[in-house]
Ligand binder design. Structure first.
Ligand code: HEC
Ligand code: HEC
Length: 288
């Protein structure tokens, strides 16, 4: 009996420990959440890098960032992360060791993602192949190379309020608002920034002449200088296959967005984004 206990007891303890870490999220749903968040574009190295294994260089005015490996490799990826660690990174911009992430990681938008979406996404990331890939350190000049400098930046610019559905609007509108301002992080490119890299939210989505790689990013509010004369179908075609009303195709940084995010959404979700964008206050912007 005692021998049996000696064999069984550790086994039970291990089982309980596994249970305690049991997945709370739904990996299948999480794969869709990954698309709504457009994570693949940034977290995959150009020229055939393994999906989500990191190493893509993002050049900004503040230096070069190299995206981390977010596959479940325990050493070079996020294999040892708990659900809590992942929630804290995506919604608070804080790492498991307490460091503050740079806003080149758009946690500033992901903070509006629901807990359920984030946990489903984590369950999906736990299910993909672990890839061992050490990525280069960021290449940032002083003072940006000091992570602590982000504490001040957060105080000035990080608004961590959750997404609040507007009860006076339709479910479709609210879904669009969630996708655009939360996981879709459209404003991270389409909203102008001040010289410290904070988003100018009064001019939300009205265009940004200094977008990724120094490209200009158009106004997507219903202003005549934006998408004022676009129908909802025009917006849907642009999001689905990059087709513009004049027959041309979108390029630049929007290519990845269409490939990894808006092109992979359900037709209902693309309609919801169009409904939300056409409802916005038109903002004229000199920024483009
Ligand atoms: C615009 C590019 C971009 C997008 C889109 C993006 N990330 Fe990141 N991510 C980064 C950068 C850059 C860092 C590193 C930030 C730092 O070092 O402070 C990062 C860091 C992370 C980290 C922390 C990893 C670690 O080892 O500390 C996680 C987790 C993460 N991202 C997950 C995601 C998920 C999930 C998505 C999609 C919902 C996503 N990212 C979308 C650029 C991006
Ligand atoms: C990584 C930066 C980036 C993100 C994120 C991004 N966009 Fe774009 N978007 C661009 C750029 C750059 C263009 C212009 C491309 C071109 O001119 O070929 C563009 C163009 C567009 C256009 C066409 C506007 C026009 O007048 O031609 C629409 C519509 C659009 N984006 C919607 C969105 C929506 C909705 C989201 C969020 C789901 C989003 N974008 C996220 C960079 C981005």
């Amino acid at each position: 009996m005692r021998t049996l206990l000696r064999i069984l007891l550790p086994f039970t303890v291990i089982c309980m420990a596994t249970l305690a870490q049991a997945q709370t999220g739904d990996a299948k749903r999480g794969e869709y959440v990954l698309a709504t968040g457009g994570c693949v574009a940034c977290h995959t190295a150009e020229k055939g890098g393994a999906p989500l294994a990191g190493g893509r260089e993002l050049k900004t005015d503040f230096g070069s960032f190299f995206t981390p490996n977010i596959t479940p490799d325990p050493e070079t990826g996020i294999g040892n992360w708990s659900d809590e660690d992942f929630l804290k990174a995506l919604r608070d911009g804080v790492s498991p060791s307490g460091g503050h992430y740079y806003p080149s990681f758009p946690y500033t938008s992901y903070t509006r993602m629901t807990e359920a979406d984030v946990l489903d996404l984590k369950a999906y990331l736990d299910s993909i192949p672990a890839v061992k890939n050490v990525v280069p350190d960021h290449d940032l000049p002083f003072p940006f190379n000091i992570r602590m400098s982000m504490i001040g930046w957060r105080l000035l610019f990080f608004d961590d309020s959750p997404f609040e559905p507007d009860p006076t609007k339709s479910a479709e509108w609210n879904r669009g608002a969630y996708l655009v301002t939360g996981p879709g992080h459209c404003g991270e490119c389409h909203t102008p920034r001040n010289i410290l890299g904070g988003l100018n939210t009064d001019l939300a989505l009205s265009g940004n002449k200094n977008g990724p790689e120094g490209d200009s990013v158009p106004n997507i509010t219903p202003d005549p200088g934006g998408i004022g004369d676009w129908s909802k179908d025009d917006i849907v075609s642009a999001l689905e296959i990059g087709l513009l009303p004049d027959g041309d195709f979108l390029g630049g940084a929007m290519t990845d967005v269409i490939e990894d995010n808006t092109g992979k959404l359900t037709p209902e979700d693309r309609d919801a984004i169009a409904t939300y964008l056409t409802s916005l206050k038109p903002i004229a912007s000199n920024d483009r």
